[in-house]
Design a protein around this ligand. Structure first.
Ligand code: LM2
Ligand code: CA
Length: 454
């Protein structure tokens, strides 16, 4: 099968990190579909170890679709609800490893497990035993063999070169496909040879979108580019560099952001401002905690035609390992946006409206780039959309912008919602030559597109 890459006008992914299945389904129906998101990415659905930390999901103990996020029936209902709303479903697939090999079960749904032993699934011979560093753990990312055959933080590393393991993993992925899933985020892809992922892909019962998690590391022998033959690959440099431009360099430098920065080819790149790991572990990355500047960074990402964007949706945490709000039985609570810690960045006005912008400008080139040499930038997308960001510390007043848009009245979607021929925010008039004038406050923006023409 071939990968069905995100294509067509609705390509934005919302990553509803750690949301339970009923909440994901409701969000597809009431928000993601209506607002133009094309995909929802969900956290790992398989049975996992017990515990309150978010990362228990990354320690599989069986492939039963039974987790603190919900049952198999709830998962299936979620997929159906999302499809009915026109939203495809991407599952975070943990296939490089099983649970920490030192611990023992039972797992969340009661499955027994112990040291390299997952009854009915895997036995000791199905795992790599790399023979390095005394405890088989990965230490040296400069060594390809070690990164792919030793253990990532002591997680029992599957022998993904063995046909039994490949068959078992494919059975899990095909089970998810049978429930209607559309694609997979391949967790820890760097820790599996690209050929092993290619083999898994060849065993899929039908085409699926693949996005591989391969974190770029300067000087490392395993590169993101090795994986593009299998599908998309996360471009981790994107979010780090974008944060640096906003925090300490200049937005003007973004005029050639993308391949010219040494990144993956745009058609293979999956990008984000932050993800669940970088918002915890990478200093300087912009996150929901940065509020308005985070919204502006997402606005830039959604307007800029490099890669395939994912919008992160987070819960607040005061310590790195803290799990999502859960009930006394450990089940993840429903996501109640803007209360109980659920930040719901995907619903923020700026971000949600820029999803509509991206859909409206799909396929159009960047035109009419402007920058002031510092932190005020502007650009159009063909004659379908125009974004200007003023990230200076002072307002820019009375300036005119060459938008390339058809003449008319537009809703500024950074500050308002269009409803029919009215806008809840400022209305901007573009003249017959494509120009408009506006006052833009410090750390603010204006965005116009043909889908929000009044
Ligand atoms: C990933 N991509 O390659 C995920 O994006 C990342 O979130 C996962 O790490 C990792 N790979 C493994 O799937 C997370 C989390 C770790 C956590 C692991 C396993 O970032 O902190 O490790 O999941 O749950 C935890 C402990 C660690 C311990 C390990 C095994 O933090 O100290 O290692 O469990 O018990 C002894
Ligand atoms: Ca491995």
């Amino acid at each position: 099968p071939v990968a069905a890459a995100p294509a067509g006008p609705r390509q934005v992914i919302a990553n509803l990190f750690e949301w339970n299945w009923p909440s994901v389904g409701t969000e597809c129906t009431t928000f993601l579909g209506p607002r133009g998101y094309g995909y929802v990415q969900v956290s790992p659905p398989q049975e996992h170890v017990r515990g309150q930390e978010w990362w228990v999901a990354y320690q599989p103990v069986s492939y039963r679709i039974e987790s603190r996020k919900g049952t198999r029936a709830q998962f299936a209902a979620m997929v159906n609800a999302c499809h009915a709303a026109g939203v495809k479903v991407i599952v975070d697939a943990v296939v490089n490893h099983m649970a920490n090999e030192d611990k023992t079960g039972p797992g969340w749904a009661g499955s027994a497990w112990s040291h390299y032993n997952y009854p009915g699934v895997y036995q000791v011979q199905d795992f790599h035993h790399c023979g390095r560093n005394g405890n088989d753990d990965i230490r040296n990312y400069g060594d390809r063999y070690e990164v792919q055959n030793c253990e990532l933080v002591n997680l029992a590393d599957l022998d993904t070169g063995a046909s039994y393991v490949r068959g078992r993993l494919a059975a899990y992925l095909n089970d998810l496909l049978s429930l209607g899933v559309d694609g997979f985020r391949m967790d820890a892809s760097k820790h599996m040879p690209a050929a092993d992922i290619a083999n898994l892909r060849s065993r899929l019962s039908r085409p699926a979108y693949l996005v591989q998690e391969v974190i770029f590391g300067a000087g490392e022998p395993i590169t993101p580019g090795e994986y593009t033959g299998n599908g998309d690959v996360h471009e981790f440099r994107y979010g780090k560099d974008l944060a640096r431009m906003f925090r300490s360099e200049r937005l003007a430098y973004l005029r050639d952001f993308g391949e010219a920065w040494g990144y993956l080819p745009t058609g293979s790149a999956a990008v984000f401002v932050d993800n669940h790991d970088t918002q915890r572990d990478v200093a300087g990355v912009l996150t929901h905690r940065d509020n308005g500047i985070y919204a502006l960074a997402n606005a830039f990402m959604l307007a800029w035609p490099y890669g395939s964007p994912t919008v992160m949706s987070s819960y607040e945490f005061s310590s790195r390992d803290q799990g999502p709000p859960s009930d006394s039985a450990g089940r993840t609570q429903n996501s109640t946006c803007f209360s109980g810690g659920w930040r719901c960045e995907h619903r923020w006005q700026v971000i949600a409206n820029m999803v509509g912008f991206r859909n409206a400008v799909n396929g159009q080139p960047v035109v009419k780039w402007y920058d002031n040499g510092n932190n005020h930038i502007a650009f159009g997308r063909g004659s379908a959309g125009y974004l200007t960001i003023n990230d200076e510390d002072g307002a820019v007043n009375g300036r005119s912008y060459d938008s390339n848009l058809p003449a008319g009245r537009y809703c500024d979607v950074i500050h308002g919602e269009r409803s029919g021929s009215t806008c809840t925010g400022p209305t901007i008039t573009v003249d017959a030559g494509g120009w408009f004038s506006a006052n833009i406050a410090a750390h603010d923006a204006v965005a116009l597109h043909i889908g929000a023409k009044l």
